[in-house]
Design a protein around this ligand. Sequence first.
Ligand SMILES: Cc1cc2nc3c(=O)[nH]c(=O)nc-3n(C[C@H](O)[C@H](O)[C@H](O)COP(=O)(O)OP(=O)(O)OC[C@H]3O[C@@H](n4cnc5c(N)ncnc54)[C@H](O)[C@@H]3O)c2cc1C
Ligand code: SF4
Ligand code: SF4
Length: 367
Amino acid sequence: MESAKHRNIELVTNAQVTSVEGEPGNFRVGLLHQPWYVDTDRCTGCGACIDVCPVSVPHEWEMDLKPRKAIYALFPQAAPLKYVIDRERCIECGLCMQACGLDAIDLSQEPGESVVETGAIVVATGAGVFDPSAIPEYGYPEHENVVTNMEFERICNASGPTEGELVRPDGKAIHSVVFVQCVGSRDLEYNVWCSFYCCMASVKGGRLVMEHAPGADVTVFFNDLRACGKGFEELYRRSIDEGMRFIRSMPSIRYDHETNDPIVIYEDPEVGGTVEKRVDLVVLACGMQGSEGTRSIRRILGLERDTYGFLSEEHPVDGLAETGRPGIYLAGTCQGPKDIPDSATQGSAAAAKVGILLSRGERWLPR
Ligand SMILES: Cc1cc2nc3c(=O)[nH]c(=O)nc-3n(C[C@H](O)[C@H](O)[C@H](O)COP(=O)(O)OP(=O)(O)OC[C@H]3O[C@@H](n4cnc5c(N)ncnc54)[C@H](O)[C@@H]3O)c2cc1C
Ligand code: SF4
Ligand code: SF4
């Protein structure tokens, strides 16, 4: 939101990069602008149109846990806060046009193209998340109350599908949660790497549950608990002291179809033997992997990828924000799994490198 207000930043949304030509100091970036079907200069984001739109479809931002209308803004903090019409779902009933007092709806809009001239490029297209339906032992997505950590983030969010109330997808209040770590990570059959963010994301999630529902039973099943980072080990130990349980075991999940409760089956290293634990909710801590958005920009920019599908840095020690292509830099999880602080640090490094390049006052001329 700050970027949207910054006088030196022009935010281009609802558009894709289609081509990049040129050299450092002198790139030309081709853009394809998708139609909004709403005049964004007129739209004030008042929301009167969504009240009348009769179409209801799954809301991708809310991980399909809540519906949205055919005219919508992806989330309340979207920048810019302008509405867009999903033309594939719109039935052209015209009710939003009647409701919009500013005459902002314009179904005649067509895609458009433009070219941006720039001296340098920073790729920050992020990573994808492992799809746990590949591992049948977890029963995802068949079991309604087994959710991914992305879905859990929405359930906990004050502006999410439950408005921050801690209830599971079937509506029952949550008093016991199991987190399963390394789902699709550190696994020779799926992704071999550690996704880095997920141990601490689950500690954070477990603490949220304990704050929302005092006395809640929170258990984390892990391979190794990786609390690497300033203050992280301390937070992990404090969580144990406050009642969060950590069990080194990889469970499977059965479902009680009468109560909708997941039943977690695991080998207990302390007791010895198999234990069954009935809980309200299971959260799968899914790993990070290369994303389609990053793959497509990699092809356009002609960048290298590593064996795992992330973008290759120029050097693992002193070239982490550089690519093999001068003038093109990397920031965040497109280069490899990271948390927010490390992504922001790499973003600052990339910005500094851009500053150094552009302050030279030289331009590579087109060949
Ligand atoms: C469930 C979950 C919980 C997490 N919890 C925490 C936490 O508690 N603390 C923490 O520090 N980290 C957490 N993380 C990690 C954190 O989300 C990432 O470190 C961070 O979002 C990475 O930032 P990024 O800018 O690299 O990528 P992103 O935040 O993913 O941003 C990339 C953006 O690029 C856009 N994009 C993709 N392709 C293109 C394209 N071709 N053209 C234009 N735009 C494109 C995407 O739509 C997206 O908006 C969590 C991650 C997950 C999955
Ligand atoms: S399109 Fe019209 S009714 Fe809908 S949010 Fe924009 S200004 Fe409001
Ligand atoms: S951060 Fe933790 S949960 Fe995530 S892959 Fe690494 S060890 Fe597994």
